[in-house]
Design a protein around this ligand. Structure first.
Ligand SMILES: Cc1cc2nc3c(=O)[nH]c(=O)nc-3n(C[C@H](O)[C@H](O)[C@H](O)COP(=O)(O)O)c2cc1C
Length: 165
């Protein structure tokens, strides 16, 4: 029984969330692979999928959107969970992710759940344009990720997968 975790990340913090999800699911006795969306070609070895992306201007990264569209039939066949990571504490956007995008993702993948996690901002890592946007929306450097919440969600997924057998 093997699960695939697919985190799309621009500056590393969502990739790290992917690795923590993997660790929590492994702790529950399930084999896990973690891979960036552009590196995955074969979904057959897996009984379930967890797909997520960092949020930029209300949407997922292109690599994650392309992955979902390309592999929609496989994602619909097996249990799938989705997550997004983005909001940054007090500078939380009113609409961190476009609601139509969540609808599209849920409809395309048949996912059981979509969860929104807080993210991390490290101004030093940003491009000039990204810095401009970050300052414009009043975002401040910080790591707002809630590891307990992420761990809890991952363990619920693991239990749901075990219950499938
Ligand atoms: C230019 C820019 C735009 C962003 N837009 C959003 C957004 O629309 N919604 C949101 O929740 N977070 C937004 N964020 C916050 C990022 O999603 C957050 O920093 C995330 O943790 C980055 O993940 P990564 O390190 O995996 O790329 C934005 C950040 C930057 C720098």
């Amino acid at each position: 029984m093997r699960v695939l975790i697919v985190p799309a990340s621009r500056h590393g913090s969502t990739a790290e969330i992917g690795r923590v999800i993997a660790r929590s699911i492994r702790d529950e006795g399930i084999d896990v692979d973690v891979s960036q969306p552009e590196h995955i070609f074969d979904l057959k070895p897996y009984v379930a999928y967890v797909v997520g992306s960092a949020l930029y201007l209300g949407t997922w990264l292109d690599s994650a959107l392309e992955f979902v569209d390309e592999h929609a039939p496989a994602l619909r066949r097996q249990p799938t969970w989705l997550f997004s990571s983005g909001p940054l504490g007090a500078a939380r956007p009113e609409e961190p992710i476009h609601p139509e995008l969540i609808e599209h993702l849920l409809a395309t993948t048949g996912a059981r759940d979509h969860r929104l996690f807080d993210g991390r901002l490290d101004i030093e890592r940003l491009s000039r344009t990204e810095r401009f946007v970050a300052r414009w929306v009043g975002a401040e450097d910080g790591d707002y990720r809630d590891w307990d919440e992420i761990d809890q969600w991952s363990r619920d997924i693991a239990r749901a997968i075990v219950a499938l057998e």
